[in-house]
Ligand binder design. Structure first.
Ligand code: MSP
Length: 620
């Protein structure tokens, strides 16, 4: 028997429509975890796939004027390639619930449970939520709607097979209580315990009148409920029935990632199915949050989706992966905006990471004839080595605890410390003093070494950048193992090869302005004035009360500039004021106008004539 396999799964996606950034999020997260464990040298089995049966798919196909099979084949094709191919998803198996191997597993599970009396035939009367494909009793509805998604439900009454979940209620509660990290994060665990304690009813697991599904063995008028079918995919993909050797090494899953709205299926129905089959339960089910767009969940039915392929085309695969993994803390919801994506590219990737590499290779070319100097410990203050050691441990433990954004955060800190190291050490100054050459060499070694370490640390997250970093460093071997991120391993006699910036900055093109005419502009009465008096406004730490002479009279202007200016800085200073702005009361003071001031990157400055002008002079 070989080594146990680290088994990670994503939910299997409904191929009723093309997938969006929300689906990409889960899949990229699972991919990063899988890549990390591979880097640790563990055999990994990473499975994703598609959930192709059920009424939702059947209805979408009908709408599209296709057979369900045609629809799913078409969409699944696009999910595999280009979507997952372009996003660099390194799955080991892609399971489709319409495959014969899965069909056999589902029928066998059904038959086993029926044989042992955990599945029985009865009559189902209740409510069905079509978009979620979930059954509900009257008492669980919220305002007559689906308690999971808030959408309308339909009344169903039919003969049905039931799964005797009630029998396992106590076992399930006990399991969750004795396995505190089975459901993560903890808030979701408490929610599930409350749900279980409220009482578990038997679950309807077949439907009549629906053709698009797996038939119940020996009773083909019934098709098996799509969630029963879907959850079993994790067994099929591990080789259950088809490959006992693989199955024994792979089972149970180590981590199952699911969106928060399907945690209930995965932490109640699914483990009870496994209990009933006498199989071990997954080690961890992690319920992650949603990618929101404008405060609501990104979803096709809400019509607010973003196509990951468009983003990849515009910004590159690694920028998209980085953004998804970094920006939405794993476990909480996070808002998607393109501006935030651009900000992460410009700040974290272009400015911090990209500059570190380009400064490092440029300095090695300039000060060391392009060859990375050797490590000379006697010349080294150990700052970067210590930081690398810290980040190595932080990333490892964050990834093992499924805190992907924390791992990236730690990597960012290393980049920032390295950039600061350049500022502190000032290699260009060392280079001017020949006696400091050994120190200069140590600094250059350290910087090259941090860049090399970063290429290792980033390997689980980014698919192109680590290799690009290595090319520029003159390292040809791709990263093989996480322990290569230990400080001090830069090979000897390596010549750097400067290259293109890793991440070109994205210039934010301002939206097309709304033009105004000269007439519009001339409506604004701008005049030069002089500040005669200034005082703080009590109780308001951003405001100053100014007395400004405008050539005719003194007027009071309340201005939000106190963070930058003290009252005494302003006396007798000339300013430009908007003289015909409608007066308003601010903090009980009538403010008659406004000063012009500009601000950028947190710095504010009053706008003034560069040589004095008579008060009252018109500005135009
Ligand atoms: N087919 C079921 C899962 C069966 S698993 C045995 C299903 N499919 S789904 O396509 O609707 O959703 C699949 C996964 O994508 C879910 O985990 C869901 O949470 C996730 N996401 C869908 N939209 C999402 C966001 N906007 N944000 C984050 N994840 C999102 O449910």
């Amino acid at each position: 028997m070989g080594n146990p396999v680290w088994y990670v799964t994503t939910p299997i996606y409904y191929p009723s429509e093309d997938l969006h950034v929300g689906h990409a999020y889960t899949t990229v997260a699972a991919d990063a975890l899988a890549r990390f464990h591979r880097l640790l040298g563990e055999p990994v089995w990473f499975v994703t796939g598609t959930d192709e049966h059920g009424q939702k798919i059947a209805k979408s196909a009908e709408k599209a004027g296709m057979s369900p099979r045609q629809l799913v084949d078409q969409i699944v094709g696009r999910i595999q390639d280009p979507l997952w191919a372009r996003l660099g998803i390194s799955y080991d198996d892609f399971i489709r619930t319409t495959e014969p191997r899965h069909y056999q597993v589902v029928q066998s599970i059904f038959a086993q449970l029926r044989d042992k009396g955990d599945v029985y035939k009865g009559v189902y009367e209740g409510w069905y939520c079509l978009p979620d494909e979930s059954f509900w009793t009257e008492s669980k509805l919220v305002d007559g709607k689906c308690p999971d998604c808030g959408r309308p439900v339909e009344r169903v009454q039919q003969e049905s097979y039931f799964f005797r979940m009630s029998r396992y209620q106590e076992d399930m509660i006990e399991y969750i209580e004795t396995h505190p990290d089975f459901i993560q994060p903890i808030s979701r665990k408490n929610e599930m315990l409350a749900f279980l304690r409220a009482g578990l009813e038997d679950l309807s697991i077949s439907r009549t009148g629906l053709k698009w599904g797996i038939p119940v063995p020996d009773d083909p008028d019934h098709v098996i409920y799509v969630w029963f079918d879907a959850l079993s995919n994790y067994l099929t993909a591990a080789g259950y029935l088809s490959n006992p050797e693989q199955f024994s090494r792979t089972w149970p899953p180590d981590v199952q990632l699911v969106g928060k709205e399907i945690v209930r299926f995965h932490t109640i129905i699914w483990p009870i199915m496994l209990m009933a089959l006498g199989l071990p339960l997954p080690r961890h089910v992690f319920g992650h949050g949603w990618v929101l767009l404008g405060d609501t969940k990104m979803s096709k039915s809400r019509g607010n989706v973003v196509d990951p392929l468009t983003l990849i085309e515009k910004y590159g695969v690694d920028a998209v992966r980085y953004y998804l993994l970094k920006e939405v803390p794993f476990g909480s919801d996070g808002n998607y905006t393109e501006d935030a994506l651009i900000l992460r590219i410009n700040v974290d990737l272009a400015n911090d990471l990209g500059n570190l590499l380009s400064r490092t290779t440029a300095m090695i070319e300039r000060f060391a004839q392009g060859v990375v100097p050797e490590l000379d410990v006697s010349q080294d203050n150990g700052v970067l080595a210590a930081e690398v050691a810290r980040v190595y441990r932080t990333v490892e433990s964050a990834m093992k605890n499924l805190q992907i954004s924390d791992a990236l955060q730690a990597i960012n800190e290393l980049v920032r410390v390295a950039n600061k190291y350049i500022e502190d050490q000032q290699p260009w100054a060392l280079a001017r003093q020949p006696e400091l050459l050994p120190r200069l060499n140590a600094v250059l070694y350290n910087l090259a070494e941090v860049c090399r370490v970063l290429s290792v640390l980033l390997t689980p997250f980014l698919v192109e950048t680590p290799q690009k970093i290595r090319q520029q460093l003159g390292l040809d071997m791709p990263v093989q193992a996480y322990r290569e991120a230990v400080f001090g391993g830069f090979p000897k006699d390596i010549r750097v090869r400067r290259g293109q910036p890793l991440f070109p900055r994205i210039e934010l093109t301002a939206a097309e302005p709304e033009w105004i005419t000269l007439d519009d502009f001339q409506k604004i009465d701008l005049r030069v004035g002089t500040i005669r008096h200034a005082e703080v406004v009590s109780g308001a730490d951003r405001l100053l009360k100014l007395t400004v002479f405008d050539g005719e009279r003194e007027r009071t202007i309340v201005s939000g500039i106190r963070a930058t200016y003290q009252p005494e800085d302003l006396i007798d200073k000339q300013v430009v004021l908007v003289a015909n702005l409608k007066p308003v009361k601010l903090r009980g003071i009538l403010s008659e106008g406004m000063l012009l001031a500009g601000s950028a990157e947190g710095v504010l400055s009053i706008v003034a004539p560069i040589s004095p002008l008579a008060e009252g002079a018109r500005v135009k």
